[in-house]
Design a protein around this ligand. Structure first.
Ligand code: FAD
Length: 461
């Protein structure tokens, strides 16, 4: 008789957990995966996917505005939030169903309940009066939004979780935060016709991104009617008959229909029973793992946002896959967290891979910058003002491309392709030998021959 009920028990059926469970189950191992909410996790249910649908809906208003320049006459268009929300929810349910089907097809058992560790091999299935045992346990419980607890009235605000399920679209909103979720939602709301203000306590949005990208996006967001307020934060929030009154620490006050906080996420470990199994956390409260995603406990692993390495869906998936490959296919595999490309679905979009100019200067002392700021041909045709930014960073010592940053339409699509070359260690000469695709905006990336000299450095002797 087997020593344990399962070879593998996965806690959390999100991006990382589902991939690991599925790949393990198809090896013939006995696998169960517990999910307390809906299969698919943050990405499918309340993250990347519904967010992208909202971006698509929101972008239509810009397309309608620019259509006139191409000869179209369009009667005044209106947007119905409830119709969109219903269609979005149907599609999300379909996708979640696919995840369930794939798990079941692979032979994994799905447990619709919360799971809590009782010890290193025992899991309690909450609400079902049941415990099960497993040889190996994988924790893939993701993250949760956090809001500052010291702001009076914080209970009145929404986070990204609620933003997907609003009953009505507000007429005005204050989006608080400077990270990618904040700028994405500011763009979404503004595009849907909501009077939008983005408030961030720091000096510039998108900390950690290239400085040119940060400044460029701020300008473009303002061009699209978003008010960006930097360098201040909430003292209190009051719910009044006129709306939500936000009082800031610089004396400013805003009244908006809705306040959304997108001020950070934390690993979801609360109540998981980690102490029962002796699983260690990092100082920031994430599960501490090695390069194989193994915790300090010999039979427990953790992948995805709960480990706070790079909180992105494809990363969680790769970590989950590497775990399954290592532990159930006898093929030790790690995921390389270097040069992970990413997109921000702001409007306009950002695509980025590799180092920022600042980081490259710190690392190499010098960096060759190739940079273009231009109005793409589509924009010039309708006499628009929007500008695209492209930046390629090269290490002067070996001429390797160490960073590529794009802000403009389809930047996410572009960066996926550029990332292949950058990850392979492409040199600027090889990059330039690639023939342009014409007429595209992306061709600018391979036609930047002159090094960029910032205006304040000048050329004067
Ligand atoms: P999750 O997908 O969060 O899954 C964890 C699952 O575990 C959840 O379903 C949860 O209900 C379940 N769970 C937790 N505790 C228990 C328990 N005790 N018992 C049973 N079940 C439990 N990433 C991108 O790459 N691109 C994007 O565009 C993008 N956009 C995003 C937009 C938003 C608004 C948010 C919030 C995130 C976005 N992300 C994006 C990040 C991405 O969603 C996460 O990195 C990814 O989902 C992490 O996967 P995971 O497997 O670690 O956890």
């Amino acid at each position: 008789m087997a020593k344990y009920d399962y070879d593998l028990f996965v806690i959390g059926a999100g991006s990382g957990g589902v991939r690991a469970a599925r790949l393990t189950a198809i090896t013939g191992a006995k696998v169960a995966v517990a999910e307390e909410h809906r299969v698919g996790g943050t990405c499918v249910i309340r993250g990347c996917v519904p967010k992208k649908f909202m971006v698509y809906a929101s972008e239509v208003s810009h397309q309608l505005k620019t259509a006139k320049g191409f000869g179209w006459t369009i009667p005044e268009a209106t947007f119905d939030w409830r119709t969109f929300r219903e269609a979005k929810d149907v599609e999300i349910a379909r996708l979640s169903g696919i995840y369930v089907a794939n798990l079941t097809k692979a032979g994994a058992e799905l447990v619709h309940a919360r799971a809590v560790l009782k010890d290193a091999h025992t899991v309690e299935i909450v609400g079902k009066d049941m415990t099960v045992t497993a040889d190996k346990i994988l924790i893939a419980t993701g993250g949760r939004p956090t809001v500052p607890q010291d702001v009076p009235g914080i209970e009145h605000v929404i986070t990204s979780e609620e933003a997907f399920q609003l009953d009505e679209l507000p007429e005005s909103i204050l989006v608080v935060g400077g990270g990618y979720i904040a700028v994405e939602f500011a763009g979404i709301f503004a595009g849907l016709g909501v009077k939008t203000t983005l408030l961030y306590r720091g000096p510039n949005i998108l900390r950690g991104f290239d400085d040119d990208v940060r400044t460029h996006l701020t300008r473009e967001m303002e061009r699209r009617g978003i008010r960006v307020v930097l360098g201040c934060q909430h003292e209190k929030i009051e719910k009044t008959d006129k709306g939500m009154v936000s009082t800031l620490n610089n004396g400013l006050s805003f009244t908006t229909d809705q306040v959304m906080f997108a001020t950070g996420r934390e690993p979801y470990v609360k109540g998981l029973g980690l102490e029962n199994a002796g699983v260690e956390l990092t100082e920031s409260g994430a599960i501490k793992v090695d390069k194989y995603s193994k915790t300090n406990v010999d039979n427990i692993w953790a992948v995805g946002d709960v480990t706070d390495r790079i909180a992105l869906t494809p990363v969680a998936i790769r970590e989950g896959a590497a775990f399954a490959e290592t532990e159930f296919r006898n093929n030790p595999t790690t995921f390389d967290h270097e040069m992970v490309a990413t997109a921000v679905f702001s409007q306009p979009e950002i695509g980025t891979v590799g180092m920022t100019e600042h980081d490259a200067r710190v690392a190499f002392g010098e960096v060759d910058v190739y940079r273009a700021v231009f109005r793409p041909m589509k924009v010039t045709f309708y006499h628009g003002e929007e500008q695209t930014l492209m930046k390629v960073l090269v290490n002067p010592a070996d001429q390797k491309v160490v960073g590529v940053h794009v802000v403009g339409p389809d930047a996410g699509e572009m960066i996926q392709m550029a990332a292949i070359a950058v990850k392979m260690g492409v040199t600027k000469q090889q990059w330039d030998s690639t023939c342009a695709v014409h007429p595209t905006a992306a061709e600018e990336l391979v036609t930047m021959k002159e090094k960029y000299v910032p205006p304040n450095l000048g050329t004067a002797a």
